[in-house]
Design a protein. Sequence first.
Length: 329
Amino acid sequence: FCRVDPYGFERPEDFDYASYEAFFSRYLVVLTRRAIKWSKLLKGKNSIQKTLKVKRYIRKGIPSEHRALVWMIVSGAQANMEQNPGYYHRLLEGEKNDKLVEAIRTDMNRTFPDNVKFRKNADPCLQHTLYNVLVAYGHHNKAVGYCQGMNFIAGYLILITKNEEESFWLLDALIGRILPDYYSPAMLGLKTDQEVLGELVKMKVPAVAELMERHGVMWTLVVSRWFICLFIDILPVETVLRIWDCLFYEGSKIIFRVALTLIKQNQAFILEATNFPDICDKFKQITKGTFVTECHSFMQKIFTDPGSLSMATINKLRETCREKVLSQG
């Protein structure tokens, strides 16, 4: 058995190889079939039109050999990169903000200690690439600068694109456009979206909302890492990548779909909790096990389980929740 997965992550001591093998042999068949369909769709071109067919294809997963290209195109990162030739390298060559650089340096060794490609002795060592992407981004978007969590996201982008400049533009797509205000110093968007999730749970899984309220558990305690890290280090790698496929195409509502599915599927289990620490523990456990490992069936569930979830609903909730967060501020 391989101790290291295809992305360089070491598998934990208690990794269940048997059920993973069983899942992966089935999933491989799906991947092979999808790869053929994608090759036909792309026909070696560097462009895709946004159509219902493409949306359906993306929901069923982008094959890893096409993933970087498709993310770049559908997120708008490709267009931005082409419109700003040399911009990334100019950012790296320009004046640096010492405080920003220091903050990023501090987090380098904390980023994926369980990934062999990010080790000091790796060749090439991706820490250097990660450092460049984060420093460039911090100078590109001064309102955000650098905030913990961004290192994990940029790290994942580097593992998938294997390209520094593309990772920078994808990070820009996520932080600048797809996720509203998650990483700004006040983290208003992040706090708002956690409240939005709370409201959606009230609507769709009321018993869990009631339990949280009864024990005074704030949503931020159990889900803030889901939002900040976009499920990195929370769900298995393959599953996270499938979520990101949809995130780049359909936007931030995907995060709510995933969160609601995790909560709804595990409602009975969560409701067994009888106190505060117990609830927090249950929320840790629902992100493990076969349900989340079987990424293909999991992704089908996120589009059926939570029921309809329009951007209009989310935006309406965001307005009221933002007011609430600001008044608490």
